[in-house]
Design a protein around this ligand. Structure first.
Ligand SMILES: [Mg+2]
Length: 174
């Protein structure tokens, strides 16, 4: 069975839809999704990087993110022919572990906890495919990286790119 590793934030969990309004309220700004083209929120506002990371790092921040459309149905289908792992670089925000784990249990109950990997450097992963919005994780990855489109990676070239879960569904001929 071939193995697929799938990232969480901005791949199955809609991080920006929650982050942007909270960010705007808390820092009294009016950024939109378009402002995040090519940059992360930390790169957009390096002046308040630490406060932003503290905000994202709060326990529970990840608890109520919306599910990216079609990801549940397509991943469920993938599990019929592939070994599927959810792999998230959770070490950046250690207080997120509990919320992320509960979020997966709620929205992806068909993924066994044994197939959930909270990691730092994703080069440790041994899989045939890695679906991720951060191309930096593909650099030392032994399988094929599949770049899931997000505003921040719009200019990134050199990887197979998918714009949504329907494209993944046809890529894997499900
Ligand atoms: Mg991500």
């Amino acid at each position: 069975m071939k193995r697929i590793a799938i990232d969480m934030d901005e791949v199955i969990a809609d991080f920006n839809s929650k982050m942007i309004p909270i960010f705007n309220t808390r820092f009294n700004t009016q950024i939109s999704l378009a402002d995040l083209e090519g940059v992360t929120i930390q790169q957009l506002r390096p002046d308040i990087k630490e406060q932003v990371e503290a905000m994202i790092g709060e326990a529970g921040f990840f608890a109520d993110l919306a599910v990216i459309p079609h990801s549940q149905r397509v991943i469920k289908k993938l599990t019929e022919t592939y070994e599927v792992f959810i792999t998230t670089a959770a070490m950046e925000f250690p207080l997120s572990f509990d919320a992320k784990f509960r979020w997966l249990a709620e929205h992806f109950p068909f993924i066994s906890p044994m197939n959930i990997v909270f990691c730092g450097n994703k080069s440790i992963l041994n899989a045939d495919y890695l679906i991720d919005d951060n191309a930096r994780h593909f650099e030392h990855f032994s399988g094929e990286g599949i770049l899931f489109s997000a505003p921040h990676n719009k200019q990134v070239r050199g990887f197979r790119r998918v714009n949504n879960w329907l494209e993944i569904e046809s890529m894997f001929s499900l």
